[in-house]
Write a protein that binds this ligand. Structure first.
Ligand SMILES: [Fe+2]
Length: 296
């Protein structure tokens, strides 16, 4: 008898959690999921004493049904517009320092614990702070319609944004159990383009050693060329944010407008909006937004 009571109380708790979850997700009250859940809540609240086998089976049937409904919900919300929007994202100024996925000393003797602590706690944190500040200042600029400092804050956005995103990749790119060679599909790609893992490693190492000043060596996937490439990033902040995907671009090199607009870039920019192909931008957005990393 005790077991059955435990089960009922577990299921009741689960029922409450599901209700809280659907509310937090802003699921429409007319959604079928709510109707099923309301029905289930009625059943659970109607329980006054011990259940017979049929009643218990009925509850288990409901639990199974709701389980598969929830699974469908999770599958669909990857695709359905309004529900999809409720997935977590990082609002302006809300980035946080991701935890290091291992101890500071875990990479010793190759990288000392002292470096890891300083690098993660101080340097990465300052990128997070700088990125939040830049985003907040640009939010204020949008609110006030005052873009007099847009150049400065865009630079900060790129510098600290790249710093935050690249370090977030960097920590996970390393592991105390690391080393050796990749396997499977990635190794195939490496062999296909670079010839062999050793050739890739030599190229990547030289790219890293020869970065002018400070920066990064970066192995990238090019969705356009549909293959790997090795890049150097000097300083990482030349007005880009690594780990982002371009959706809408406007060429303001002089060759793009000078013959017609001379030095009047403003008119070119103003008129350019008349030819933007939003369908293409939307398509790029839909494709790009399928790629999601854990938010930080
Ligand atoms: Fe760093």
């Amino acid at each position: 008898m005790g077991k059955m009571e435990d089960y009922i109380s577990e299921v009741s708790k689960w029922n409450k959690e599901l209700r809280g979850f659907l509310e937090s997700e802003d699921v429409d009250k007319n959604n079928e999921l709510w109707q099923r859940l309301d029905h289930f809540t009625d059943i659970m609240e109607g329980i006054t004493g011990p259940l017979n086998i049929q009643e218990l089976e009925k509850i288990q049937e409901q639990v199974d049904g709701l389980h598969s409904d929830m699974e469908n919900y999770f599958t669909n919300r990857q695709r359905v517009g309004n529900v999809y929007m409720n997935e977590p994202y990082i609002a302006a100024g809300k980035h946080v320092l991701p935890p290091l996925p291992y101890d500071y000393k875990a990479l010793e003797p190759h990288i000392s614990g002292e470096i890891m602590k300083l690098h993660h706690d101080k340097h990465h944190q300052s990128y997070v702070d700088g990125l939040n500040k830049a985003e907040n200042m640009l939010q204020t600029a949008r609110d006030k319609g005052d873009y007099s400092l847009v150049k400065h804050w865009s630079r900060e956005l790129a510098f600290h944004g790249s710093g935050h995103y690249l370090h977030t990749i960097f920590w996970n790119n390393m592991s105390p159990k690391g080393g050796g060679k990749p396997s499977g599909a990635l190794l195939k790609e490496i062999n296909k383009y670079f010839g062999s893992f050793d050739r890739f490693k030599a190229h990547f190492s030289e790219a890293a050693k020869q970065v002018e000043g400070v920066g990064w060596a970066i192995l990238v996937w090019s969705p356009r060329a549909r293959r790997l490439e090795i890049l150097q990033s000097e300083r990482h902040m030349l007005l880009t944010q690594w780990d982002t995907i371009p959706l809408l671009v406007l060429d303001v090199w002089e060759h793009a407008y000078y013959l017609q607009y001379k030095n009047n870039r403003g008119d070119y920019v103003k008129n350019w909006w008349n030819v933007v192909n939003w369908k293409d931008v939307e398509d790029r957005y839909l494709k790009a937004s399928e790629l999601k990393w854990k938010p930080f």
